[in-house]
Design a protein around this ligand. Structure first.
Ligand code: C5P
Length: 314
């Protein structure tokens, strides 16, 4: 039986601006997405029967249609039915390391890995943009997760302009295990509170999204200036998540006491990250935060920015 093992990195948002509403109920966004080394491992094995089976070492993760990785395999069956008939089904094993419902695209990156893995198993030879188009049918972050690295993401988040990769920048990532935020809730709450600030006409929306290309944070990324990047980080969803989730505020305030470059909530939260000068500094900050918040419910990781998305390891 043929099999592939893939690495599926998480992402953080260095920038997230909500600029308008869309007729499909989603939002027009201008984001900068960044892959990090913290990753799930995914094994795909041809199983020789007509079925997709998904299992995960984390009992919290369902193996059915409610799992985006499972839906990715269903999409591949629907799109490439002849190959499914020829090569048969797939056993998918998820080794979950990325915190769930954390604003880190954990589900999206697993789905991206399933698209890439099935493309290989069924010898489809899909291009990056074909994979991204399939990914966009599954979720707004899936296209980015395929190629990863550093990218400006606009429209729903699926239109990507890659930026030169940032590496050797370390972050500390914090999340309370018991805390999760619904992305739909965060965006809907934002709409109910701030829709009067939305740009309405198509031309101005496109201009605003385009302006991010020449914005200060992109300049800082191009200059690989981590200090400047940290100063220019922004996330509009903090405006709705912080007032409802005191633990996110606590994590940001705790990080801010130490020698970090900057701190921000990722995506719709509730994970919070702090950009640090060095790996050594990140490890120190992690220790200090652990000392201050000894709760076992708090997960802390030191990880770094990486310039890739899904990778095949075998
Ligand atoms: O695309 P995805 O399924 O990841 O989005 C989850 C939810 O986040 C959507 O149901 C929507 O409420 C919100 N969302 C949005 N605008 C976007 C992306 C996501 O409103 N561009």
């Amino acid at each position: 039986m043929r099999s592939y093992t893939l690495i599926a990195p998480a992402k953080v948002n260095l920038y997230l601006e909500i600029i308008g509403s869309r007729p499909d109920g989603y939002h027009e966004l201008a984001m900068i997405l960044q892959s990090i080394e913290l990753a799930d491992g995914i094994k795909l094995e041809a199983n020789g029967v007509e079925s997709i089976r998904l299992r995960c070492d984390n009992p919290q993760i369902p193996g059915d249609k409610s799992n985006l990785a499972y839906r990715a395999s269903e999409l591949m069956i629907k799109e490439f039915h002849d190959s499914y008939a020829k090569y048969g089904g797939v056993d998918i094993t998820l080794h979950k390391c990325i915190p769930v419902a954390a604003g880190l695209a954990g589900g999206s990156t697993d789905a991206a890995a399933v698209l890439v893995g099935i493309d290989l198993l069924w010898k489809l030879g899909l291009t990056r943009s074909e994979l991204e188009e399939l990914g966009a049918q599954l979720g707004s972050d899936v296209p980015f997760c395929i190629g990863g690295g550093t990218a400006i993401a606009t429209r729903r988040g699926e239109i990507l302009s890659p930026l030169s990769g940032l590496t050797d920048v370390y972050i500390v990532l914090a999340k309370y295990r018991s805390s999760s935020v619904s992305t739909a809730w965060a965006y809907n709450t934002y709409r109910s509170l701030f829709s009067e600030t939305y740009i309405k006409d198509t031309e101005s929306l496109a201009a605003r999204a385009n302006a991010v290309n020449s914005g200060e944070i992109v300049q800082a990324i191009l200059h690989k200036d981590a200090k400047e990047i940290a100063e220019k980080m922004h996330n509009d969803l903090e405006k709705v998540v912080l007032p409802e989730y005191p633990q996110v505020v606590q994590l940001k305030e705790t990080f801010a006491k130490y020698d970090i470059l900057g701190t921000m909530m990722s995506g719709s939260g509730p994970s919070v990250f702090a950009l640090c000068q060095s790996q050594e500094q990140a490890e120190k900050v992690k220790l200090c935060v652990r000392e201050e918040i000894p709760s076992e419910d708090l997960e802390l990781f030191v990880t770094k920015l990486v310039n890739h998305g899904i990778q095949v390891v075998q």
